[in-house]
Design a protein around this ligand. Structure first.
Ligand SMILES: CCCCC/C=C\C/C=C\C/C=C\C/C=C\C/C=C\CC/C=C/C(=O)SCCNC(=O)CCNC(=O)[C@H](O)C(C)(C)COP(=O)(O)OP(=O)(O)OC[C@H]1O[C@@H](n2cnc3c(N)ncnc32)[C@H](O)[C@@H]1OP(=O)(O)O
Ligand SMILES: Cc1cc2nc3c(=O)[nH]c(=O)nc-3n(C[C@H](O)[C@H](O)[C@H](O)COP(=O)(O)OP(=O)(O)OC[C@H]3O[C@@H](n4cnc5c(N)ncnc54)[C@H](O)[C@@H]3O)c2cc1C
Length: 615
């Protein structure tokens, strides 16, 4: 087993090139996951210990910036378990378990991540040949982000709009081979590569994938829930959202992942705070441990408590997940909405809180927390990604809100599921039954807050009709900015205002409404206001922020500059917006510092022996 930071020729990862990072990640991953495979061969695996072992490995110092094989375990295999019928599981799972095939999960596209009903990749059934034809009609239809897809996976689960007999039936999942199992070359009709350097997780080999009328057998549609018969007849699923199951599983697992990262970060910061001596509590005394400062305790101790709270929560969520999935197998879908809302809420809350806590841990270590060797910057990069992937946090919290408002609206007509039963009590008793400074009193207080916020949201949704116009005068807009700034910070610092000013509850409620109104008023001028900063593209240096708004073309252009994309040469239209795509690809390839080897040498040296069970 590699030592915790033994890497490429003994050089710390931070000093490796982009390509060397990838090669190092492949080498460490095949060694690490050979152990997981051995566990499986010796019958020592269950989904629980897989979760802990794989999760432990992915967050470990061996695979400290992720792994090109992570998605294989985290989403490729769970998706087969969750969405393939028995025959398909018999065909694909044994090869996935022993890693003779390596998979990824391709749902997000350049143009769509959140709104999955808007995905553009199509899978059109051809009854004459009993095949699906996969196609990427536009550049924005290209799959973008799937982990391991850049140069590693040879199969993936692809989520596409299913068409049969001229009718669209929405998004469904397909298992698709994207590379030759012997040569690892992309198959004809497949356009594939990696998306380039990221804030973190730079060992994950996130890729892009485009289809050019690529044909797969009908039986490659995952058919546990919905099916397409040989003649093209569509048989729909019992519940339209059963296809979303893979996302629910990962959201549940992410909560465990946050426990790992938060525990690491607060361990580093607390131990350092016991070692670090800085300044004197009393003149003439020896310098004290910074852990003795109340301000330092304020920064760190809540993270220790949070790590334990998240672990307890994660275990409870895992039990709920397994309970509900057993009920789903028996056809009982009653608790699926609650599980979806719980997974959305806890994934969003634990990732956001962990990212904030890890940043506080870094800040608590002063300058040394800014060193890569502290592991705090790297940990921050890992956890902040979790606020985006597997469902962007805002969007998931909106899903939770949707469930809570619906629950409130059905309070008297429907039995409440366990996690929201408190709403009945909060609704039945007088809200303000007094405050007690005990743990139970605080929990009760937050239950009352939750109840009131739900009522306010329901009220806003039902009655709020806001018609607004915005005067084009600059003065007017600047006033709005001042108004926004004031109401934002008043709401942010509400506890102080409630403590030190006579602000009333009614005034707080109207402050909230005014804040939302100001947001809406500013929306039409938002882009104009940032244009007014007059920052040239050369200064921004950002694919997302360029003045002309050609985000996706620039993202793809930058991705093509990655040295890993030079092999193999991409034969691809890649959304030829100016028609010079092939000349451009050849120009870039000639600039690449890499040899145009047909396949990265790591495939033959590490990946292929691993997949053949020879490692
Ligand atoms: C088998 C071996 C396993 C071994 C290993 C096991 C584990 C590994 C161990 C550890 C792993 C370690 C670490 C793991 C940590 C991190 C993971 C690492 C990498 C992550 C890689 C990232 C992958 C991705 O990001 S994949 C792409 C993710 N994308 C998304 O999440 C998209 C987000 N958007 C959506 O989900 C949807 O668009 C939406 C926002 C929910 C809206 O959907 P829509 O259809 O438009 O629905 P609505 O109209 O809003 O609502 C309609 C109706 O549907 C209900 N609904 C919606 N979604 C669901 C759902 N998922 N389930 C159930 N029900 C759902 C919704 O409530 C509403 O219901 P209503 O009408 O009754 O109100
Ligand atoms: C490190 C990493 C790994 C990933 N790995 C994978 C992978 O393996 N496979 C895969 O398929 N995908 C993967 N993804 C993609 C990820 O799932 C998406 O980035 C995520 O779902 C967010 O979608 P988006 O990027 O389109 O952001 P957007 O949805 O465009 O979000 C941009 C902004 O719009 C806001 N917004 C969007 N919709 C709404 C709404 N309805 N209401 C209010 N605000 C809204 C969001 O809150 C956000 O502020 C990965 C992403 C990252 C960062």
């Amino acid at each position: 087993m590699l030592s915790k930071r033994e890497v490429f020729d003994g050089v710390p990862e931070e000093y490796l090139s982009h390509k060397e990072r990838y090669e190092n990640a492949i080498r460490n991953s095949v060694v690490a996951f050979s152990l997981v495979r051995k566990m499986q061969e010796e019958g020592k695996t269950s989904i629980n210990n897989y979760r802990d072992v794989v999760g432990g490995l992915l967050g470990s110092s061996v695979l400290r910036d992720g792994s090109p094989l992570g998605l294989h375990y985290i989403m490729f295999m769970p998706a087969i378990l969750n969405q393939a019928n028995e025959e398909q599981q018999e065909k694909w799972l044994p090869r996935a378990w022993n890693c003779s095939i390596i998979g990824s999960y391709a749902q997000t596209e350049l143009g769509h991540g959140t709104f999955i009903r808007g995905l553009e990749t199509t899978a059109t059934y051809d009854a004459a040949t009993k095949q699906f034809v996969l196609h990427s009609p536009t550049l924005t239809a290209y799959k973008w982000w799937p982990g391991g897809l850049g140069q590693t996976a040879n199969y993936c689960i692809v989520v596409a709009q299913l068409y049969t007999k001229g009718q669209c039936h929405g998004i469904h999942s397909f298992i698709i081979q994207v590379r030759d199992e012997e040569t690892h070359m992309p198959l004809p009709g497949i356009k594939i590569g990696e998306i380039g350097a990221k804030l973190g997780l730079n060992a994950v080999n996130n890729g892009f994938l485009g289809f050019d009328n690529y044909r797969i057998p009908r039986t490659n549609m995952l058919m546990k829930h919905a099916q397409v018969l040989e003649d093209g007849t569509y048989v729909k699923s019992r519940h339209s959202k059963l296809n979303y199951g893979a996302m629910v599983f990962v959201r549940v697992v992410i909560v465990f992942d946050m426990v790992n990262y938060l525990s690491k970060a607060v361990t580093i910061a607390t131990r350092f705070s016991a070692v670090r001596r800085q300044c004197q509590l009393k003149a003439g005394e020896t310098e004290c441990q910074i852990l003795d400062y109340v301000t330092q305790q304020h920064k760190l101790f809540v993270s220790i408590a949070a790590a334990h709270a998240f672990r307890i929560t994660a275990n409870k969520l895992w039990l709920t997940f397994n309970e509900v999935n057993e009920q789903l197998v028996e056809g009982n879908l009653q608790r699926l909405p609650e599980l979806h809302a719980l997974a959305c809420c806890l994934k969003a809350v634990t990732t956001a809180d962990t990212a904030a806590c890890v940043e506080r841990c870094r800040l608590a270590c002063g300058g040394h927390g800014y060193m890569m060797s502290s592991s705090l910057p790297l940990t921050y990069g890992l956890v902040t990604a979790a606020c985006t992937y597997e469902g962007e946090n805002t969007v998931l919290l909106l899903q939770t809100a949707r469930f809570l408002v619906k629950t409130y609206q059905q309070l008297d007509s429907k039995a409440l599921t366990p996690t929201v039963a408190y709403l009945k009590t909060a609704a039945a008793e007088r809200f303000c039954v007094g405050w007690s400074n005990t743990t139970e009193g605080i929990i009760r207080g937050f239950q009352v807050v939750a109840m009131r916020v739900i009522i306010m949201s329901t009220f806003n949704e039902e009655v709020q009709e806001m018609s607004r116009t915005v005067s084009p005068q600059l003065k007017e807009v600047l006033h709005q900015l001042v108004d926004l700034y004031c109401t934002y910070w008043a709401l942010e610092k509400l506890s102080d205002l409630l403590l030190y000013t006579p602000i009333s509850q009614k005034e707080v409620e109207s402050l909230r409404l005014r804040y939302e109104e100001t947001l809406t008023n500013l929306r039409p001028n938002a882009v104009g206001l940032v244009d007014a900063f007059d920052l040239r593209d050369e200064m921004l240096q950002s694919t997302l922020g360029s003045y002309d708004g050609r985000v996706y073309e620039r993202l793809m252009e930058e991705a093509m500059k990655s040295p890993l994309n030079a092999e193999p040469m991409l034969q691809s239209t890649l959304g030829s917006y100016d028609g010079r795509v092939y000349e451009r690809l050849m120009e870039e390839a000639m600039k690449s510092p890499l040899n145009a080897e047909p396949v990265n040498y790591t495939f033959h040296k590490y990946l292929k022996p691993f997949m053949q069970g020879k490692l």
